[in-house]
Ligand binder design. Structure first.
Ligand SMILES: *Cc1c(COP(=O)(O)O)cnc(C)c1O
Length: 345
C-alpha cells in the first residue's frame, strides 16, 4: 500500500547532489580552521553547526527519538516549506488538508504552485474518513497536512481517523503537533517507526516559550530526515539561536511549571466564560487557546481591541468564532472582565 518515500520525491531532488559546507566536511571542535573563509577574530565569527547536533541531543533527551530522525528548522514554517519542496512537483502535485486549520498550509502550497484540496471537518471538528478514499486514488496527491490538536478549533483529531489515513494513504502524512504539550493525548512520535511515510512536526514556539527563536522540529524516518538535511540551507539555524535554546532547555522544570499554570488558567477561563452572557459556545480545548462562539464576533473583537486586549477573530474560518490565547492570570482576568462589561451594556 505504501510508496517508498524516495519514489515520492520531486524529480529534481532525486537527482540532487547536495552542497557540502566546510563545517560538514570537518566536524572536529578544535583545529586550525582555514577552510570556510571566516574572519579569525571575534565571538560569532564561526559558522554554526549545520546539523545542530548538541541541540538535537538535548531535544532527544527531553522528548525521545534519535538525532538522525530529527530536523531542526527556522520555525515550523521551514518544516512545511521543506516538505513541499521535497515531495510536490509545482503545477502538478496536490496536497490535502482539513479545514478550518492553520493558515500556513494554504500560503505555502500557493507559493509552491501546488493545489490544496480542503476537506471540511465535521460539525464537531473531526475528520470524515468515508469521504477520503476517493481522493487517495489520485496519484498526484502526494501529501496530507493534518493538524492535531488543530488550530483554530483547539481539539485533537480522533486517533482512529489518523490511523486510517496512515494505513490507507500511500503518500506522505505530516501531523502538526504544535500544541501537543498542552494535550493529554499522546504524541505520534512513539509510532514513528511503524510508519515510514509519517512526518511529525513540533515547535519550541508554544509550550516551550521560544517563539522569538524560530525553532521548528520535524521527526521522521532517517531516510526522510536525510532528504531534509540534503535540501536545507546549510546553516539554517544561527549559532545564537542554537546556544540560546540549549541554555533555556537546561532547566525543564521552568516549562513544566508554566505548562501547569497555563492548563489551570485555561480551566479557570472555561468556568468564567460559562458565566459570560455574550458567549454562546465554548469549544473543548487540547491546546493553549479557547475557541468561543459569540453573537457578533467582529463587534466583540473591536470592543476588546478598544481596551487594548488583542484576541483573534476567526469568523471567516468558523462562523461567529473568536480565538483566545490563555495568558497570565492577570491578562485572563482582564479579558473576562471586559467580556462581562460588554455583555452588560
Ligand atoms: C503556532 C503554530 C505553529 C508554530 O509555528 P512556528 O513557525 O514553529 O513558530 C505550527 N503549527 C501550528 C498549527 C501553529 O498554530
Amino acid at each position: 500500500m505504501k510508496s517508498n518515500p524516495t519514489n515520492l520525491l520531486r524529480t529534481s531532488i532525486r537527482e540532487l547532489k547536495p552542497y557540502s559546507s566546510a563545517r560538514s566536511l570537518y566536524t572536529g571542535k578544535t583545529g586550525v580552521f582555514l577552510d570556510a573563509n571566516e574572519n579569525p577574530y571575534g565571538v560569532y565569527n564561526r559558522y554554526p553547526d549545520p546539523l545542530q547536533i548538541e541541540l538535537k541531543e538535548r531535544l532527544c533527551e527531553i522528548k525521545g527519538g534519535e538525532i538522525d530522525q530529527l530536523f531542526v528548522g527556522n520555525g515550523s514554517d521551514e518544516v512545511i516549506d521543506t516538505v513541499l519542496r521535497l515531495f510536490c512537483e509545482p503545477r502538478q502535485d496536490k496536497v490535502l488538508t482539513f479545514t478550518p486549520t492553520y493558515g500556513m498550509y494554504k500560503v505555502s502550497t500557493q507559493i509552491h504552485g501546488v493545489e490544496l484540496i480542503e476537506i471540511p471537518l465535521t460539525t464537531d471538528f473531526q475528520i470524515d474518513c468515508d469521504e477520503l478514499q476517493s481522493y487517495f486514488k489520485d496519484e498526484h496527491l502526494k501529501l496530507i497536512f493534518l493538524c492535531s490538536p488543530n488550530n483554530p478549533t483547539a481539539n485533537s483529531m480522533d486517533s482512529k481517523s489518523i490511523e486510517f489515513i496512515l494505513n490507507h494513504f500511500k503518500g506522505i502524512v505530516l501531523i502538526d503537533e504544535a500544541y501537543i504539550d498542552f494535550s493529554d493525548k499522546e504524541s505520534w512520535l512513539k509510532r514513528l517507526d511503524s510508519y515510514p511515510n509519517l512526518i511529525i512536526s513540533q515547535t519550541l514556539s508554544k509550550a516551550w516559550g521560544m517563539a522569538g527563536l524560530r525553532l521548528g522540529l520535524a521527526y521522521a524516518s532517517k531516510n526522510i530526515i536525510g532528504y531534509f538535511n540534503a535540501i536545507k540551507p546549510p546553516y539554517n539555524v544561527s549559532s545564537l539561536n542554537q546556544e540560546t535554546a540549549l541554555k533555556l532547555l537546561e532547566n525543564t522544570h521552568v516549562f513544566q511549571n508554566q505548562l501547569k499554570e497555563i492548563k489551570s488558567e485555561k480551566q479557570r477561563m472555561f468556568n468564567a466564560l460559562k458565566m459570560v452572557d455574550c458567549v454562546k459556545t465554548i469549544y473543548p480545548s487540547d491546546s493553549n487557546f479557547i475557541l468561543i462562539e459569540v453573537e457578533n464576533a467582529q463587534e466583540v473583537y473591536k470592543k476588546l481591541l478598544a481596551k487594548h486586549i488583542v484576541i483573534r477573530n476567526r469568523e471567516n474560518d468558523v462562523a461567529n468564532c473568536l480565538r483566545i490565547t490563555v495568558g497570565t492570570a492577570l491578562e485572563n482576568t482582564l479579558l473576562i472582565t471586559a467580556l462581562k462589561t460588554y455583555s452588560n451594556v
